[in-house]
Design a protein around this ligand. Structure first.
Ligand SMILES: C[S@@+](CC[C@H](N)C(=O)[O-])C[C@H]1O[C@@H](n2cnc3c(N)ncnc32)[C@H](O)[C@@H]1O
Length: 252
């Protein structure tokens, strides 16, 4: 029997092992890099005015509601492996983790985090898992996917820069109305799009039909975002229930 096929098989196996080892090495390097960057952003965020403002606005929103939050659902964080958008997305992840800390502080209870984005890679998913974040899946952007089952009155949605299409799904088609979300400031979004554009009409539709029962609290503040991050204004939204409506009417 010839030894050639055996040696080819051995060589192929050795090559496969080398490829696997180098894949494992490069994904563990990527992990270490993401962790180091995240820690830097967290240190910066803790010192920032923005951090204090988000925490304050979230606490006021919760105080005005009869519902408490037990779960955060992050929609549209995007892949952390896209070089051009990486800093903005890691900073958005920093804010997500800080929301968990604030909610934990307010309730004294553990807060679960779920994240869904159809563009997450395997590395994104294992990295997010390592931070205690569970991954949900959707077949497409126009579908709420597994996230639909997570939405209940005690879910806070975190949606930085989520597509308008997905916002429509969230605000018009979710089986249970969303009580709280921290995401794009729609008043600023309205100004972003030119009059008569399709996007502006979409923003107006969401504001009129989807957001009319929410109280918006804009959040800004120095010390975290940089011009080159290309971020967009954010706000905390809380569903205005009967109690708050009556209190607001009484103030007028
Ligand atoms: C404009 S990108 C923003 C990504 C990132 N937050 C950023 O600032 O770069 C919108 C994101 O929403 C995600 N998306 C769209 N539909 C979604 C859905 N149904 N569930 C979760 N994510 C969705 C897209 O995959 C995309 O990553």
């Amino acid at each position: 029997m010839s030894s050639a096929p055996v040696s080819e098989a051995v060589q192929a196996f050795a090559q496969l092992t080398r490829n696997r080892k180098s894949k494992v090495k490069s994904s563990s390097r990527e992990w270490q890099y993401l962790s180091a960057m995240l820690q830097d952003h967290q240190a910066l965020f803790e010192q920032s005015q923005l951090s204090q403002n988000i925490s304050r606005q979230l606490k006021v929103t919760l105080k005005n509601s009869s519902t408490s939050v037990t779960t955060i659902l992050s929609l549209g964080l995007g892949s952390l492996q896209v070089t051009r958008e990486q800093t903005r997305r890691l900073k958005q992840l920093t804010i997500l983790l800080s929301l968990r800390d604030t909610l934990r502080q307010v309730s004294g209870k553990q807060i679960g985090i779920y994240a869904q984005d159809p563009t997450f890679t395997r590395t994104d998913e294992t990295f997010l898992n390592s931070l205690g974040i569970s991954i949900l899946r959707t077949p497409s952007g126009s579908d709420l996917g597994e996230a639909a089952a997570i939405i209940c009155p005690s879910t806070l949605i975190y949606s930085p820069f989520l597509t308008l299409e997905a916002y429509e799904q969230l605000l018009f088609n979710a089986a249970t109305p969303v009580q709280f979300f921290v995401g794009d400031d729609f008043n600023a979004l309205l100004k972003k799009w030119p009059k008569h554009s399709a996007e502006r009409a979409q923003v107006e539709r969401v504001m009129k039909s989807g957001l009319s029962r929410y109280r918006r609290r804009a959040v800004d503040g120095e010390g975290f975002w940089k011009e080159q991050d290309g971020t967009f204004p954010m706000a905390v939204y809380g569903w205005v229930d009967g109690g708050e409506r009556r209190r607001e009417k009484a103030k007028i």
